[in-house]
Design a protein around this ligand. Structure first.
Ligand code: HEM
Length: 173
């Protein structure tokens, strides 16, 4: 059965662009494959990602009550910081693993937009974080151009959905 399913799944052209996500199956595969070593180290990677973000955008700290009065060396021993790192990485993991079901990803990302709108987080903050993610992936993962391109498209797909609810809520508040 598993064999039959995977045969069905893999049949057809892997370069056909899915209209909802803008991604091909080949790109999804590249993203999922490169994510495996990242998620295997999710606490270390997530913590490094947030530290880089706060270094580049210290104003972003205002949203995080648990660390706003701490210095970087103290972050990792802060349990709320670690809980947030794990929330962030688990959410990204889900969004990576469900890329073959773009309508599911869209629902997840719209919920994320709603929860972040309530915290007054704005498009700019997400764009800043995206820049840090991409830069870190280039430096640490040494991705080839095709995989990096697939990541950029993936994040754009996520953000398109996040921004739908983030900005609706922004304009209502
Ligand atoms: C793709 C990007 C992001 C993902 C996947 C993500 C994911 C999450 C998740 C899963 C949570 C906990 C559940 C919830 O409240 O929704 C959370 C909480 C939070 N996020 Fe994000 N987030 C992202 C971007 C951002 C950005 C750009 C900021 C601000 C600069 C931010 C600030 C926060 C804050 C302040 C919390 C609450 C933390 C706490 O009090 O524990 N997030 N995020």
């Amino acid at each position: 059965m598993g064999g039959m399913l995977s045969q069905l799944w893999w049949s057809g052209n892997p370069d056909v662009v899915n209209p909802e996500s803008g991604l091909t199956r080949r790109e999804i595969y590249a993203v999922q494959k490169s994510w495996i070593p990242v998620y295997a180290n999710n606490v270390a990677v997530g913590s490094e990602l947030l530290k880089r973000y706060f270094r580049a955008y210290p104003e972003g700290k205002q949203f995080f009550r648990m660390i706003k009065d701490l210095n970087e060396e103290q972050y990792d021993s802060n349990i709320q910081f670690r809980a947030h790192v794990i929330s962030l990485m688990t959410s990204l993991n889900l969004a990576v693993n469900t890329l073959n079901q773009p309508e599911v990803v869209a629902v997840l990302m719209k919920k994320l937009g709603e929860s972040h709108a309530k915290r007054k987080i704005q498009k700019k903050d997400f764009q800043d974080l995206k820049g840090v993610i991409v830069k870190m992936f280039i430096e640490v993962l040494k991705l080839d151009d095709a995989t990096l391109g697939a990541w950029v498209k993936t994040i754009e797909f996520w953000y398109k959905n996040i921004f739908e609810t983030l900005t609706t809520a922004e304009s209502q508040s």
